[in-house]
Each structure stands twice: as C-alpha cells, then as structure tokens.
Design a protein around this ligand. Sequence first.
Ligand code: ADE
Length: 347
Amino acid sequence: MLSAELAPALIAWYRQAARDLPWRHDVTPYRVWVSEIMLQQTRVEAVKPFFQRFMDRLPTVADLAHAPEEVWLKLWEGLGYYSRVRNLHRAACVVCERYGGELPCDEKQLLALPGIGPYTAGAILSFAMGKPVPAVDGNVMRVLARLTDDGRDITAPALRREYENMLRPLIPPDAASDFGQGLIELGATLCGPDHPPACEACPLARLCRGYVAGHADALPNRARPAPRRIEERTVLILRDGRRVALRRRPDSGLLAGLWELPGVCGRMSRDEAVAWARGEGYEPVRVRQTDPVKHVFTHMEWHMSGYLLELEEAQERADGELRFLLREEVARQCTLPSAFRGFLKYL
Ligand code: ADE
C-alpha cells in the first residue's frame, strides 16, 4: 500500500525540480504523444533536437497525417525503431478521419490507435488533459518497486497493471498532470536507472519502504534477459565515382520499408563478394574490405563485415532491386538506418 502523503510530497517536489524539457512547454495532447513515442527507446537528451525539428516541420496531427512518407521518415532518421513513426503516421490519419484531427480524450479510443499502449494513453490523458489516469512506464515501475519494497521480477507482465491500480486512488483530480509527470521525473532523475538512487535528496524517502529497509539500491529485481541473437552479415557497397547502390528493405520485420546498403546473411569471402556483384549484373574494377561494424538492436546484434566494390560506371538495371543514388541524395532524401552509420565513410 502507498501512503496518501505521497501525492502532495511528490507534486511539491516536481513543481520546483522539474527539468525544462521542450515537450513541457505549450503542452498539447499531440506534443505529449509525439514526445512519449520518441522517449520510448531513446534518452531525453537525444530526443530534444528530434522533437524540436518534428514540431517545427509537423506542428499538428493534420500536418503529420498529410505529410509524405519521406518527410516523417527523414525526421525520424537517427532515432531508430522506425515502426514507431509508421504507427504515429497511421494513427494521425485515423485521428483526422474519425476525430477531426483532435486526439480523443477517451482511454479506449486512444488504445485503439496504432502504437498507443496503456502508458502512452495514460500520459496523453494525464499530462496533457489533466485526467486522473496512471501512466506507468519503466521509470515509474522502478520508483514503485522501491517505494513498496517489492522484490518481485519487474519484467513480470502482470505487475504494471497492479501498479496502475495501486496509483489510481492516489491521483489528485486537480493535479493529475504534475502527479504523473512527477513520478516519471523522479524515476528518470533521483531514482534513475543508471546510478544508485539519491535517497538523501528524495522527497519520498521517508515513505519509501525500500529505503527504510536499507536496500533501495538493490531494487528492482529483474530476471536476466535472454541473450541477444548474433547475426553475421556482409554489407556490399557498390558504387562508382558519383553514385551508390541502395535497396528497400521488405515492408515488414526489422527496419521495415527503409533503405539499406545491400547485404547478405553470413560472412562472404572477397571472391564471393565479387560473384555477388556479377550476379547482380555488375563488374567491379576494384575491391576493398571495409572495417567491421557492429550494431546492437534490442533482441539481436548485427556483426557486419563489408566490401567496397567500385564500378567504372553504375548503370542501374531495370529488373534488379538495386537503385543507384547520388551520394549527396542519400544524405538528403533517404532514411538510412543508423545500423549502417559505420559504413557512411565509404559512400
Ligand atoms: N521519460 C519518458 N517520458 C518522459 C517524460 N515525459 N519526461 C521525462 N522523461 C521521460
């Protein structure tokens, strides 16, 4: 059980300690929505410039709904996890069609939109609309595990719902936004994930069972995640003096629909790389091995080796999947996932 004293102490602290973050200005449901989707897998400092650019270019739900794919994909380039922006766009279209461009203030209707789960719905409803709805993300889970001295595995799926129910009666109807944001802020700062908790400075320390028991720093408990699968890949950079070959990834799965440098599973020898180029209809005049590049996704790692296959002149084949783009165009127009960043110096 949580103490009724929690809300006033938390809110008073948040009102004087809140960081000045771009999405805390001109708070609207759209700004909260976009910021929370960006913040799902990305750190606050990294999100700030992306958020600002996104809002400058697409300031309303309707602007997002009507923007072409290359615009919103480009605005997301570097943030990763591109299904997030695909869902944002799909949901923006639904919001325009069904709700006249305003996000609905009903939890069920929000949850029915692509990419909006209980946390994001709670954040939109409470941070932007002032509704007394809990918004429980990983930050809040950590705070609650410490406050209640809960030693259970924090990754257990049923726990979030339990924590939501625990919070619901404590949310003050006239300060739901500061309450919800205060919990997140505490979980992102004093009670953060990357350092021992700063309990001496915490406004809730005297209400915190983990702290009183002397082991807040040992919480939360977390089952060991399954080890990431490692995939060996060979990236093939086919270029002439001006242009480089890219192709589109399939419409579903990892990095769906994005441009990529061509590549294959497994580690190719130099001869195999040349044979691959010939198979695509190209005869390299020079071949050089690149430095290896490693990219870590949530559940998988790509360990990539690569070959730079230089052509006298790149003549695109109408029947092939490779497209030759001017090297400046790649930077300007395509969304090349950050997995390939280590190869950019060869383009
Ligand atoms: N992390 C996730 N959401 C956040 C928010 N709204 N403010 C600060 N950190 C966050």
